[in-house]
Design a protein around this ligand. Structure first.
Ligand SMILES: NC(=O)c1ccc[n+]([C@@H]2O[C@H](COP(=O)([O-])OP(=O)(O)OC[C@H]3O[C@@H](n4cnc5c(N)ncnc54)[C@H](OP(=O)(O)O)[C@@H]3O)[C@@H](O)[C@H]2O)c1
Length: 332
C-alpha cells in the first residue's frame, strides 16, 4: 500500500495540440469496490491518445465529451504492480505484476490507475518485463481484423510497420494465415522478422500488381483505399481499414455495403478487451507475440512524445516510461 497522497499525472482540460498537456500533482485515486489500483511502471502513446487529445474525428466527442474532455488523463496501455485493492476484489493481491488496457477511462499517463478487476487486466507472464507488456492497444485493434481470418487463408497487410501493422502480422501468423506485408524500405527486415511470408517494398514495388489475390486486405495505416485494393480481393474477400479513408470513403462504403448485406468493406471496431488481454497474455507467455518498440519517453517529455507520434512515422509502439527507476533497478 502506498503512502503517497498525490501522484504525477499528465492532464489536459481542453482539446487541442500536445501543448495542452501538462504534468501535474493530483490526488492518488482510491480503488472502489471491485477495483484494483495499479502503480503504473509503463504506458504507451498510441494514435487513439493523439486523436482523443485533438478530438479527431469531431464525432468522437459524443463519447469523449462534447465541449471538454470527460477523462483528463490519457494512456490506454498500462503495465505495473497492484498497489491496493478495493473491497470484494478476489482475483488480485497487492504486489501482483499486471498489464492491460483502459479503453473507457484511459488514465495510464499517471503514476496510479484504478480499474475494475474484471476489466482488461491480466498478470504479466513471468519472463516478460513491464515495457514488453505494454503491447495491448495496437494489438487489440489488429485483432478485430485478424480474428476474421481462418487457418490457411491469406491476407495482405498494408503498412505493417506501425503499432497495428506489426501486431497484425504476428496475430495473423498465430492463426496460421499466410501474410504478405507491405512496408517501406527501412522496415523490410522487420516485416520478415515478424514472420511475414512475403514482404513488399511500397517505395519500389506496386503492391497492387503482385499477381496474387487475398481473402483479406488490411490497410493498417490509413494510406491506401478500397478502390486501390479492390482488384486484390478474392470473391467474398474483405477490405478492412483502421481509418475513415480518403473523403471518409471507408466509412461511407462500409455503411453502404452493410446496408446491402455485404461485409466487403469494414472498419472493424475492437470489442471484448478483457477477453483479448487474456488471449494476449497467453501469446506473450509462449513467445508468439513480441512488441515492436520505438522510442521511450519519461512523463516529463510527454509533449515531445505526442509530437513524435503525430509524425505518423513511428515504428510499432512508443513507450511512456512512467517509473524509470524500475528500468534502472532491472525491473523494466
Ligand atoms: N494505434 C491505435 O491504437 C489506433 C487507434 C485507432 C485508429 N488508428 C488508426 O490506425 C492507423 C494506424 O495506427 P498506428 O498507430 O498503427 O500507426 P503508426 O504506428 O503511426 O504508423 C506509422 C507507420 O506507418 C508507416 N507508413 C507511413 N506512411 C506510409 C505509407 N504511405 N504506406 C505504408 N506505410 C506507411 C511508417 O513507416 P514508413 O514511413 O517507413 O513506411 C510507420 O512505421 C492510423 O491511421 C490511425 O489513425 C490507430
Amino acid at each position: 500500500m502506498t503512502t503517497a497522497q498525490t501522484m504525477r499525472a499528465v492532464v489536459f482540460e481542453r482539446y487541442g495540440p500536445p501543448s495542452r498537456l501538462s504534468l501535474r500533482k493530483v490526488p492518488v485515486p482510491e480503488p472502489a469496490a471491485g477495483e484494483v489500483r495499479v502503480q503504473v511502471f509503463a504506458s504507451t502513446i498510441g494514435r487513439t491518445d493523439t486523436a482523443t487529445l485533438r478530438a479527431h474525428p469531431f464525432f468522437a466527442r459524443a463519447m469523449t465529451g462534447l465541449i471538454r474532455p470527460k477523462m483528463t488523463t490519457l494512456g490506454m496501455d498500462f503495465a505495473g504492480v497492484v498497489d491496493a485493492i478495493g473491497p470484494e476484489v478476489t482475483t488480485y493481491r497487492p504486489g501482483d505484476r499486471v498489464f492491460g488496457l483502459s479503453p473507457d477511462r484511459f488514465g495510464a499517463h499517471a503514476e496510479f490507475l484504478c480499474l475494475p478487476e474484471n476489466e482488461a487486466i491480466a498478470r504479466i507472464p513471468a519472463d516478460t518485463s513491464f515495457k514488453a507488456a505494454v503491447v495491448g492497444e495496437g494489438a487489440w485493434y489488429a485483432h478485430s481484423t485478424t480474428s476474421l481470418l481462418s487457418k490457411g487463408q491469406n491476407c495482405l497487410i498494408y503498412g505493417a510497420s506501425g503499432a497495428i501493422g506489426t501486431a497484425a502480422v504476428q496475430l495473423a501468423k498465430s492463426r496460421d494465415a499466410q501474410v504478405t506485408a507491405v512496408v517501406g524500405h527501412r522496415h523490410l527486415d522487420l516485416a520478415e522478422r515478424l514472420g511475414a511470408d512475403r514482404v513488399v517494398n511500397y517505395e519500389t514495388q506496386d503492391f497492387t500488381g503482385l499477381g496474387a489475390i487475398y481473402d483479406l486486405v488490411l490497410d493498417a495505416v490509413g494510406k491506401t483505399s478500397w478502390f486501390a485494393c479492390r482488384p486484390l480481393l478474392k470473391p467474398g474477400g474483405i477490405f478492412c481499414a483502421t481509418d475513415l479513408g480518403p473523403g471518409w470513403s471507408n466509412m461511407i462504403l462500409g455503411t453502404w455495403f452493410a446496408m446491402t448485406g455485404s461485409k466487403r468493406v469494414r472498419i472493424p471496431f475492437p470489442a471484448d478487451a478483457p477477453g483479448f488481454i487474456r488471449h494476449l497474455s497467453g501469446l506473450l507467455a509462449d513467445g508468439r507475440f513480441n512488441g515492436v518498440f520505438d522510442r521511450s519517453y519519461k512523463l516529463e517529455e510527454i509533449v515531445e512524445a505526442f509530437h513524435y507520434v503525430e509524425t505518423e512515422q513511428k515504428t510499432g509502439i512508443v513507450v511512456v516510461n512512467v517509473r524509470p527507476e524500475a528500468e534502472a533497478e532491472g525491473e523494466g
